[in-house]
Design a binder for this molecule. Structure first.
Ligand code: NAI
Length: 355
């Protein structure tokens, strides 16, 4: 087997952490040949609970789990980290203003970014899950001047997977018969889940999704359903998405590290790799990555794009996939609106001195 990889999970005692750690330790993220060293970061009040999770990790006797360490010190947690999963965040509580929320999270993601800057391995890859994820990633990146900005990403893969699942259900096909979905912009209700380049396999052949499903459904039901799915889960489940968020975080880091084409890495977790090994045409997934100015997203914003990875250090933004207004009127405006929200969040944290 290969050399162990060091994976740090923050918010390790939380709901997502509880689902995430066991998937990683089982080899679902880095593959069946790669041992993992886990570093669990928590705040002091939750350290004991994190210790309990570490005890359960030991009790699972995972063959790939080389080591587990629990700490409340970011310098220890990020020492030599290669895969940083930043899940722990300050939730919005009743009566909290947006500025308070951004400031509280700045107090978490600024120091964590600095600790990554000072202690991470050269090949570190960071995915921010904790909300507001895009802006928290921006804050962390700003505090890590020695780490290339392309290594800081935010999770929109859950939104992507939700979109794939909704389209598959509507078209009456398997998720593996759906390709070409894109999530644009912010991981928030303003996001734009875009089907204008999506394809669906029907009777063995790939067809444009908007010829298979009703465009009115795509505009009026699909977009708000995906964008507000988090709230729907809370309403039905009585708790926020946890296992699906963990699964998406695994998908994100796996595809980034092993490559989007490698999906079939032997772990059997590539169901969200649409059209793998078929004639589906070009394939991509969605991730919030630092903009290079593509699609008129201001350079430096961390915004969701259609992306691929060849397993290298940076995701690649796929060109030529601007939302097609001729298929869904108003779609271009939706992309501009979610990007405007990201700019407003960036300006707010800049105003608070967090960038
Ligand atoms: P949770 O409240 O169950 O767990 C969060 C954990 O983070 C707690 O154990 C807390 O002690 C810890 N924490 C807080 N500050 C910390 C710090 N400075 N260092 C280390 N740990 C710290 O929340 P849950 O359900 O696990 O969700 C975590 C975050 O993920 C939330 O911000 C949530 O909004 C976000 N989320 C993002 C999704 C996405 O698709 N991007 C999807 C679902 C949730």
């Amino acid at each position: 087997s290969r050399a162990p990889r060091t994976v740090t999970v923050t918010g390790a005692a939380g709901n997502i952490g509880y689902a995430l750690l066991f998937r990683i330790a089982a080899g679902g993220m880095l593959g069946p040949d790669t041992p993992v060293r886990l570093r669990l970061l928590e705040i002091p009040a939750a350290l004991r609970a994190a210790e309990g999770t570490a005890m359960e990790l030991a009790d699972a006797a995972f063959p790939l789990l080389a080591d587990v360490e629990v700490t409340d010190d970011p310098a220890v947690a990020f020492d030599g980290v290669q895969h940083a999963m930043l899940v722990g965040a300050r939730p919005r509580t009743k009566g909290m203003e947006r500025g308070d929320l951004l400031e509280a999270n700045g107090g978490i993601f600024g120091p964590q970014g600095r600790a990554i800057n000072d202690h991470a391995a050269d090949d570190v890859r960071v995915v921010v899950v904790g909300n507001p994820a895009n802006t928290n990633a921006l804050i962390a990146a700003a505090h890590a001047p020695d780490v290339p900005a392309e290594r800081f990403t935010a999770l929109t893969r859950l939104d992507h997977n939700r979109a794939v699942a909704q389209l598959a259900a509507r078209a009456g096909v398997a998720v593996t018969d759906v390709a070409g979905v894109t999530i644009w912009g912010n991981h928030s209700a303003t996001q734009f889940p875009d089907l204008t380049h999506a394809r669906v396999r029907v009777d063995g052949g790939w067809r444009p999704a908007l010829e298979v499903v009703d465009p009115a459904w795509a505009a009026e039901e699909f977009v708000p359903r995906v964008a507000k799915r988090g709230a729907e889960i809370i309403e039905v489940r009585g708790a926020s998405s946890a296992a699906s968020a963990a699964s998406a975080a695994v998908d994100h880091m796996r595809d980034w590290t092993l490559g989007t084409d490698a999906g079939a890495d032997g772990t059997g977790t590539d169901a969200a790799q649409p059209g793998a090994g078929t004639d589906a045409g070009p394939r991509w997934t969605s991730a919030a990555v630092v903009s290079d100015g593509s699609y008129e997203v201001p350079e430096g914003l961390i915004s969701s794009f259609p992306v691929t990875s060849d397993g290298g250090a940076a995701w690649r933004i796929v060109p030529g996939l601007a939302p097609d207004e001729s298929l869904l009127p108003g779609t271009g405006g939706r992309l501009a609106a979610t990007v405007a929200e990201l700019e407003a969040e960036r300006d707010a944290v800049r105003g608070l001195g967090l960038l």
